[in-house]
Ligand binder design. Structure first.
Ligand code: ZN
Length: 320
């Protein structure tokens, strides 16, 4: 690999699979207090929702998205997958979260310190078994937390996605990709866990589990991890660097309506995406109305009636 670095600015979003859309909405927009910032469909399968959650403004870096397939079979956690997704919260808010999760009947482990850096971690799972962590940080980063009707007081709200951990058969080639073209650096190592810090205060942890069974996609598993770039020119540059210099099989740039994307599998088998910050989630509805109605891309608008009839109804979660 030569010395070019992709101009990554941190995590853009994480996309996972769920079974029941209402249960998914109740958990993320209810218990976790994220904002539903986009209600749309899987563009490749418009019979299924694509739900986007994030901070008050739907800022890149705060976004967790789901394909909730009604009756989806359960996935299996294993190697070649992103496993835990970590959110940054203010360290002083961890007590609030212990109490809030309990009140929402979410069983959490912790708060326990990780890697000896003093940051308290609460570990729990969503209703489909997706592994999540809230990490209390003195400087959690992120922004735009408040909006009208936010269920969690702004000072305690989830700020952003801090990072993910990948479960891998072996980590050296994935580590070389991160510390080479992706601009991360090794910061800590503990047993089989290797932690890397990257641009935008993002963290990726590689967990080496040789001989562990391979992961299988399904409800409760991460589908892919997206990293952000500032614009289309950076996206094109990233594509060239990753394909030509790192020898990865990278897709052409795809229009994802709220960002432009390329996809590739990192050497350990995890699907990565590079997504642009623009145009963002206010591209097709006003910022104050994010997530309130079903948005479709222009090419699916002619089929709106059929699509709406097939999708299950969704109700805003009860606020508590
Ligand atoms: Zn994506």
């Amino acid at each position: 690999m030569s010395g070019s670095t992709v101009p990554i600015g941190g995590i853009h979003h994480v996309t996972a699979i769920a079974a029941d859309p209402q249960r998914n909405l109740d958990f993320y927009a209810g218990a976790l207090g994220l904002r539903l910032v986009k209600r749309t469909v899987n563009f490749d399968d418009p019979g299924t929702y694509h739900l986007y959650y994030g901070d008050g403004a739907g800022s890149p870096g705060s976004i967790l998205t789901f394909f909730p397939y009604v009756g989806a079979h359960q996935g299996r956690h294993g190697v070649g997958q992103a496993a835990e997704t970590r959110f940054a919260v203010p360290k002083s808010s961890v007590g609030h979260w212990v109490e809030r999760l309990m009140r929402h009947h979410v069983t959490a482990d912790g708060p326990a310190p990780r890697f000896g850096d003093g940051a308290p971690v609460l570990s729990f799972r969503d209703p489909d078994g997706l592994m999540l962590e809230l990490v209390g940080l003195d400087e959690p980063g992120g922004g735009a937390v408040g909006w009208d009707g936010a269920p969690v007081p702004a000072e305690h709200a989830i700020r952003r996605i801090l990072g993910v951990s990948l479960w891998l058969e072996s980590y050296d080639r994935s580590a070389a990709l991160l510390t080479g073209p992706m601009g991360f650096r090794a910061v800590a190592e503990e047993g089989d866990r290797h932690r890397y810090a990257g641009p935008g205060a993002a963290e990726v942890e590689l967990r080496c589990a040789p001989g562990f069974w391979p992961g299988a996609m399904g409800a409760g598993t991460v589908h892919h991890v997206a990293f952000r770039v500032p614009d289309l020119a950076a996206e094109e540059a990233a594509r060239v660097t990753l394909a030509r210099e790192a020898g990865l099989d990278v897709t052409p740039v795809l229009d994802r309506q709220y960002f432009r994307s390329v996809y590739f599998r990192e050497p350990g088998g995890v699907l990565f995406e590079i997504a642009t910050d623009p145009p963002g989630f206010a591209a097709d509805e006003p910022a104050e109305a994010l997530g309130l109605s079903l948005k479709l891309p222009a090419w699916l608008e002619p089929r709106r009636e059929t699509i709406e009839r097939r999708l299950p109804e969704l109700h805003a979660p009860v606020r508590r």
